[in-house]
Ligand binder design. Structure first.
Ligand SMILES: Cc1cc2nc3c(=O)[nH]c(=O)nc-3n(C[C@H](O)[C@H](O)[C@H](O)COP(=O)(O)OP(=O)(O)OC[C@H]3O[C@@H](n4cnc5c(N)ncnc54)[C@H](O)[C@@H]3O)c2cc1C
Length: 377
C-alpha cells in the first residue's frame, strides 16, 4: 500500500479480521511496483550475528517493557538526536497501530508487546518521507514490517534509519481482539479502557494479561486462563502467513537489531535473572552495533552462551504451527464473534474419552476388529 505512487491500494479486513491489500483498477497504472518490491517469497541471506543479554538499568522502564526494556534505550537515543521513533501503540479504542513519537511520553505508549497485528501502513509511508529528508528515524516492528519498510526506503535514504525487530511468534487478528474486548465490555457492562498483554506484577516469566475497566477495576488472567492470551500462545488465530514465515528468523532478520525475551535465563544466566525482564539482543549490522554502543550506559549487558538459546526459545528458528482447531475457531467466529467459553473449550486438552477414541481410530484394522469384538460382548 505504501509503495503505490497513485494511492490505488487500500487495506481492508477479511472475514478473519486481518487487513489485506485491495487494488482499485481505476487508479492502478500497472507500474508493478507493488509486485516488484513485495517482500513475500524473497530469500534472505544469512549474516553474522553478535548476541548478548541486556537489561535497562531503570526499573520503571523494565516494569512497562515486555523483556529488558532495550527498545526504550534505543528510542530515547534517537529522540536525543532530534529523530522520530515509530512503534506500535494503542489508540483510544484500543486499536493497535504504528505511530510516530517525537517525545518520551509518546514512546511510553509504544512500550510492551501488543499481541495483535499492528496497522503500519501509514507509519511506513511517514517514516519513508522522513528518511528521504535525512531525519534520524527508529522504526521498530515485526520482521515482515521491517522488510516492507526496507522495500520502500532504499540506498542513501537508509543512512539515518535504524531498524529494530524481534523474534516473532506471529500476530493475531485485530478483528478477533476487538471482538474479544467487545465481549468483555458486554459481560462487565462497562468499557475496557486499557489492556496489557504482558503485565509483570506476577513476574516477567509468569506474565499475565490485564484488562482495565472504566471504573478502575481489573480483569486479569494468566497464560492458560486468560482466553485471548491463551489463544494467542496456542496459535489459534495467528495470521496464516505467520505459519509460513521461515525466512525472517535465525540469522536472517532484516533489522539492524533483533530483540527477544531471554527465555531460559534461570539456566543460562541465573545470577542475572531477577524476574523483572531480560532481553536477548541480536546485533545484525554495523549500524546496529553502533546504536547499541551509544546506549550502553543505560543498560547492563552481559555475554550469553548461544548453545542453549534455541532450547528455551525455539521461536528464534522455528515457525509457528497453526492450532489444529484454527478453522473451527474461525467458523464459530464468523457467526458469533469471539466467545471466551468456546475458546477455552477448543483449547482444553483432549479428555479421556476423546483420547481413547483417538487411539482406537489409529489402531490397525485387525486390532480394531478385535477391540470391536470385545466391546460387543
Ligand atoms: C506479536 C509479538 C510476538 C513476539 N513473539 C516473541 C517470541 O516468540 N519470542 C521472543 O523471545 N520474543 C517475542 N516478542 C518480543 C518480546 O516480547 C519483546 O517485545 C522484545 O524482546 C522487546 O522487548 P523490550 O523490553 O526491549 O521492549 P518493549 O517495550 O517490550 O517493546 C516494545 C516494542 O515492540 C513493538 N511492538 C509491540 N507490539 C507490536 C506489534 N503488535 N507489532 C509490531 N511491533 C510491536 C513496539 O513498537 C515497541 O517498539 C514478540 C513481540 C510481539 C509484539
Amino acid at each position: 500500500m505504501s509503495i503505490c505512487p497513485t494511492g490505488a491500494i487500500t487495506m481492508r479486513p477479511d472475514e478473519e479480521g486481518f487487513l489485506y491489500p485491495v487494488v482499485d483498477g481505476e487508479k492502478c497504472i500497472s507500474c508493478d511496483l507493488c509486485e516488484k518490491r513485495c517482500p513475500v517469497g524473497a530469500v534472505h541471506e544469512a549474516h553474522a550475528v553478535q548476541t548478548m543479554g541486556a537489561q535497562h538499568k531503570n526499573t520503571q522502564v523494565r516494569e512497562h517493557s515486555s523483556s529488558g526494556g532495550i527498545f526504550s534505550a534505543l528510542a530515547h537515543d534517537v529522540l536525543a538526536q532530534g529523530g522520530v521513533v515509530f512503534g506500535a501503540a494503542f489508540d483510544d479504542h484500543l486499536h493497535v497501530e504504528h505511530v510516530g513519537a517525537m517525545d518520551a511520553s509518546e514512546v511510553a505508549g509504544m512500550r510492551g508487546s501488543k499481541y495483535v497485528q499492528s496497522d503500519a501502513t501509514e507509519a511506513i509511508r511517514n517514516a519513508a518521507a522522513l528518511c528521504s529528508r535525512g531525519i534520524p528515524v527508529l522504526f521498530s516492528g515485526t520482521p515482515c514490517q521491517i522488510d516492507g519498510l526496507l522495500a520502500k526506503v532504499r540506498g542513501k535514504e537508509r543512512e539515518k534509519l535504524l531498524t529494530v525487530d524481534f523474534v516473532c511468534h506471529g500476530v493475531p487478528s485485530p478483528g478477533v481482539f476487538a471482538s474479544y474486548l467487545a465481549e468483555l465490555e458486554r459481560k462487565h457492562g462497562q468499557r475496557v479502557t486499557a489492556y496489557a498483554f504482558r503485565d509483570k506484577r506476577l513476574g516477567w516469566k509468569n506474565f499475565s494479561a490485564v484488562a482495565t475497566l472504566e471504573d478502575g477495576s481489573e480483569v486479569t488472567g494468566t497464560q492458560t486462563d486468560e482466553p485471548f492470551l491463551y489463544g494467542f500462545l496456542q496459535n489459534l488465530y495467528l495470521r496464516p502467513a505467520c505459519g509460513q514465515c521461515t525466512q525472517l528468523r535465525g540469522n536472517r532478520h532484516p533489522a539492524d537489531i533483533t530483540l527477544a525475551d531471554l527465555w531460559g535465563a534461570q539456566q543460562i544466566c541465573p545470577q542475572r535473572d531477577d524476574d523483572t525482564g531480560l532481553s536477548l539482543v541480536m546485533i545484525n549490522t554495523p549500524k546496529g552495533q553502533h546504536a547499541i554502543r551509544r546506549v550502553k550506559q543505560q543498560l547492563t549487558t552481559f555475554s550469553v552462551k548461544t548453545d542453549k538459546l534455541l532450547r528455551f526459545n525455539p521461536g528464534i528458528e522455528e515457525t509457528a504451527k497453526m492450532h489444529p482447531k484454527r478453522e473451527a475457531f474461525f467458523r464459530g467466529y464468523a457467526r458469533h464473534g469471539f466467545e471466551a467459553d468456546r475458546v477455552m473449550k477448543l483449547l482444553a486438552p483432549p479428555g479421556t474419552v476423546e483420547r481413547i477414541a483417538k487411539r482406537i481410530a489409529h489402531l490397525p484394522a485387525g486390532a480394531l476388529r478385535r477391540v470391536r469384538a470385545v466391546l460387543s460382548k
